[in-house]
Design a protein around this ligand. Structure first.
Ligand code: HEC
Ligand code: HEC
Length: 232
């Protein structure tokens, strides 16, 4: 046990200063790790120009707004045991080939994501969470948690809104060109999902996802359906 604390004001100041510098050293360390390791494939700074070429040629999804998108605990877990998110890779045009029934992605086309130790994953998450150029977009998102019917949600996501042309609402169903969405709610915050669905071009002017032109209520329904899928 600590017993009676007998530290005077100077000792606590010194203690606080020590804590602060060790925090700074940790932050510099996690930045260096991410810049050395992850920047080989990922963009960590907001691009000066958004071009179609960039979208066709980028090696990996952007991380420069990671702090506005991801749940920290998901990052830490996924980096240790990464599972594929985009069934056809970062840009589907590089990997999809036409099959008889539906388009397919040949198994040998996609490399598995590198896996990291728990310590490295914590470090990476610490730095990624500081990358927040779109705090304004997140502040505008008005997500409200509401119960949804799975059956109606599925029909809405598919037949009515056509989202399943590009996304997999459940493993093995739906389109291959976008990220799978049954894991989206576990990966990203509801505010990000709301904002991205409402206006994908505000996040990436050249994204292949069309702006669905929905009002807040409709967007909220879709985000709640993604929540439902993540709880299944
Ligand atoms: C060899 C290239 C490469 C390296 C190195 C790499 N990644 Fe990735 N990363 C990818 C690719 C490709 C994807 C897309 C995978 C998918 O969608 O299944 C990806 C996906 C991700 C995602 C999910 C992004 C999203 O929007 O869905 C995160 C988070 C991520 N990487 C973090 C990291 C971090 C942190 C590091 C360094 C510690 C790192 N990656 C190192 C290639 C790489
Ligand atoms: C024409 C294909 C297409 C359609 C249709 C489409 N999306 Fe997307 N969507 C994408 C692509 C591609 C991305 C990846 C964004 C990027 O990397 O630019 C994406 C990203 C997303 C994301 C972010 C997921 C993540 O992990 O980053 C969500 C959520 C999403 N879409 C939901 C929807 C919903 C809801 C609809 C229907 C209203 C829809 N999408 C319709 C192609 C599409």
């Amino acid at each position: 046990m600590w017993g009676q604390p007998r530290r005077g004001p100077w000792t606590s100041l010194l203690f606080a200063a020590l804590l602060a510098t060790s925090g700074q050293a940790g932050a510099a360390d996690s930045k260096a790790f991410v810049e050395g390791e992850c920047a080989q494939c990922h963009t960590l700074e907001k691009p000066a120009e958004f071009t179609v070429e960039r979208m066709l040629n980028r090696e990996a999804p952007d991380l420069y707004y990671a702090g506005n998108k991801f749940r920290r605990e998901w990052l830490v877990e996924w980096l240790q045991e990464p599972k594929r998110i985009r069934p056809a890779g970062t840009y589907f045009g590089q990997n999809v080939v036409m099959g008889d029934e539906r388009d397919i992605v040949p198994d040998d086309k996609l490399e598995p994501h590198p896996a990291y130790s728990a310590e490295e994953a914590e470090k990476a998450a610490e730095y990624l969470m500081t990358l927040r150029p779109y705090d304004d977009l997140i502040a505008e998102a008005s997500y409200q948690e509401k119960p949804v019917s799975g059956m109606m949600g599925k029909m809405n996501f598919g037949k009515f809104k056509g989202c399943d042309a590009c996304h997999q609402p459940t493993p093995g169903t739906g389109g291959l060109s976008g990220p799978e969405v049954h894991t989206a709610f576990a990966r990203a915050t509801p505010e990000f999902l709301f904002s991205f669905i409402k206006n994908p071009q505000a996040w990436e002017p050249r994204t292949f996802m069309p702006n669905p032109g929905l009002n807040d209520g409709e967007v909220n329904k879709l985000v709640n359906y993604l929540r439902f899928l993540s709880e299944e």
